[in-house]
Design a binder for this molecule. Structure first.
Ligand SMILES: [Zn+2]
Length: 229
């Protein structure tokens, strides 16, 4: 589904992944494992491109429902995988995925082994302020230590991963049970206030397609209000 010109959401893959059909193809997140075919068929059947046109895979964070097909897609297309260094270490199996509750950590590990997601190294490291494939990297530690948002100033689109969501047109915070540090999320979100975007695309929920930056700013203001009352 094309959300704004050249920005596509591939449906039926959880978490959502997004394809930007620019001079090259760029994929943001890759969904749960075993969806590689679905992503490749979108490239060939909907965009009428070939798998090798996919040059860059950007991972907003380390969770299994975002990295699930990255390794396989890289081996088929030759694309470069990029992530923030703090989550790259988790993706590479050098550090554990931390959550507020030990039970959730165990669940993440079990899910990884059931779905046979092997750790893998990323090819490129993304730091705050870097620009890759026309997107500016914004480091938003909180949901995971290396969570990032990707900002497309030309199209006025913000890809937020799981740092924010949207349900029934209303901006939501990340799910608390799988969020490493909620206070950090709220501090990090302040970085989004200065950005001008009309569309926000998140890992779960629905696209927020109008006045997104104003709605996100309002959400952040409301959090601070509830914390001080
Ligand atoms: Zn997540």
């Amino acid at each position: 589904m094309e959300i704004v010109p050249a920005v596509h959401m591939i449906e039926g893959i959880s978490a959502h992944c997004y394809l930007i059909d620019g001079p090259e193809l760029t994929l943001i997140d890759t969904g749960m494992p075993r969806k590689t075919k679905k992503i490749l068929s979108y490239i060939t059947n909907t965009l009428h491109k070939t798998p090798v046109d996919l040059k860059t895979i950007l991972l907003t964070h380390c969770d299994i429902d975002h990295i699930g097909n990255a390794r396989e897609l890289r081996s088929i297309t030759g694309a470069t995988i990029a992530a923030h260094p703090l989550d790259a270490d988790i993706i590479a199996g050098k550090k554990p995925r931390k959550t507020p509750r030990k039970t959730m950590e165990i669940l993440f590990r079990m899910l990884g082994s059931i779905l046979q997601v092997k750790p893998f190294p990323v090819d490129e490291i993304l730091d705050n302020g870097d620009v890759i494939a026309g997107l500016t990297v914004i480091h938003l530690p909180g949901h995971t230590p290396g969570s990032i948002a990707l900002y497309d100033p030309k199209r006025r689109v913000l890809f937020v991963g799981d740092s924010l969501g949207c349900k029934d047109g209303i901006v939501q915070g990340p799910p608390t049970s799988v969020t490493w540090d909620m206070e950090q999320v709220y501090t990090s979100l302040e970085k989004l206030r200065s950005l001008d975007f009309s569309v926000m695309l998140s890992g779960h929920g629905e696209p927020l397609t109008s006045n997104a930056s104003a709605k996100v700013s309002q959400f952040i203001t409301n959090i601070h209000k509830t914390k001080t009352t």
